[in-house]
Design a protein around this ligand. Structure first.
Ligand code: SAM
Length: 220
């Protein structure tokens, strides 16, 4: 079977992708593969198709994000971006959104900067920092925060809170374990706005996108 994104079912996601979109996504994957050989960037390796499916996994969140983000140019932080998932595919498909990729490991952020230049992605900013440091430097700056394979839900929420503006949203990409992780979240502090099942073509795994908002505390 051919292993391009189209044959893996990317078009069935209903995102109305253009041929330029698909070419840019393929270029990103090509660069990731090239850098991986030298720098061992990501644990996602082995079969070419598996990397492609990880990319498709990253963009299944888009219809839900579009539904919940009312603003035309939201500022979104991707925590623990690694090799750029989900932020780079999102930035390719939503050029009017601003994405800040926060990643602690320098060889990974060097790759992300390279991708920024290679694809001419003017809507991304790459921060070579720990999330905890950015939260102190840029409190309340983001309309939304997202992450994939970053940390457990409770800690992700704890790290997200200082980054979010008062109406901000958290998008947590999760698999089956989401129920267990939700039990560790203090629901006095967070509201579960949505729990959306995601279907990834050609991947028989359960994926969910949780959307949460902080509960606003009234001043005493
Ligand atoms: C398992 S990788 C996932 C990468 C990517 N999101 C993906 O789905 O492929 C987690 C990444 O989070 C980064 N990371 C972990 N803790 C961090 C922190 N406190 N601040 C910034 N980056 C962090 C790691 O360096 C690693 O690249």
């Amino acid at each position: 079977m051919s292993n391009d994104l189209v044959s893996l079912g990317i078009e069935s996601l209903g995102l109305n992708l253009t041929s330029t979109n698909i070419a840019d996504l393929e270029l990103f994957l090509q660069e990731m593969g090239r850098w991986n050989q030298v720098h061992n960037l990501t644990a996602i390796e082995g079969e070419k198709n598996s990397v492609r499916l990880h990319l498709i996994d990253s963009i299944t969140v888009l219809p839900v994000m579009r539904r919940f983000l009312g603003l035309p140019n939201p500022k979104i932080a991707d925590l623990g971006s690694g090799g750029g998932l989900p932020a780079i595919p999102i930035a390719i498909l939503q050029p009017e959104w601003h994405l800040t990729l926060i990643e602690a490991i320098r060889k990974k952020t060097a790759f992300l900067q390279h991708v920024r230049g290679k694809l001419g992605l003017k809507n991304i900013q790459v921060l070579s920092e720990r999330v905890e440091v950015v939260a102190k430097a840029q409190p309340g700056q983001f309309d939304a925060v997202i992450s994939r394979a970053f940390t457990n839900l409770a800690y992700f929420l704890e790290l997200s809170l200082p980054l979010l503006n008062p109406n901000g949203l958290v998008f947590a990409m999760k698999a089956k374990r989401a129920d267990q992780e939700l039990q560790d979240v203090c629901m006095n502090d967070w509201r579960l706005v949505a729990d959306e099942p995601l279907e990834i073509p050609n991947l028989a795994v359960e994926r969910r996108l949780l959307v949460l908002s902080p509960v606003r505390k009234l001043p005493l």
